[in-house]
Design a protein around this ligand. Structure first.
Ligand code: THU
Length: 135
């Protein structure tokens, strides 16, 4: 199985368990880390709408629980139509842990569609280095 197949399988399995009764828009995300481990997440909505979390955020939490930090690849699947790109807030969250050259991979329900650099989705990102007072 290729890396992308592993990632999209994990993202689709997570998407199947998404809790999205309000938007009815189920999203699954899967991250690959530098160690080759895969961590998945789904969106988890809430009756108090702003408290819902995105699939990417859930996957980042799963990665963090496992003690991992370095994301190399991100797969996202959502909805019934075309590919879904991470929202602005999740681009920032992903960027916190993204290795240089980290890629975001998109698919519709059946086919891989394209891969983009996270740095192209969030150019000139603010990040940990901006807070590094040691230069
Ligand atoms: N959503 C995600 O989980 N990830 C994305 O990349 C885009 C949007 C969720 C949030 C909300 O539960 C639903 O999709 C509709 O916005």
């Amino acid at each position: 199985m290729t890396t992308l197949e592993r990632l999209f399988d994990a993202a689709r399995a997570a998407q199947a368990n998404a809790y999205a009764p309000y938007s009815r828009f189920k999203v699954g995300a899967a991250l690959m880390t530098a160690s080759g481990a895969v961590f998945a997440g789904c969106n988890v909505e809430n009756a108090a709408y702003p408290n819902g979390i995105c699939a990417e955020s859930a996957a980042i939490a799963a990665m963090t629980i496992a003690g991992e930090r370095r994301i190399t690849d991100i797969a996202v699947v959502g909805g019934d139509a075309g590919p879904v790109t991470p929202c602005g807030a999740c681009r920032q969250r992903l960027s916190e842990f993204a290795e240089p050259g980290a890629r975001v991979h998109f698919a519709d329900q059946s086919h891989f569609v394209e891969s983009l650099l996270l740095s192209d989705l969030l150019p000139r990102a603010f990040g940990p280095r901006d807070l590094d007072t040691n230069g």
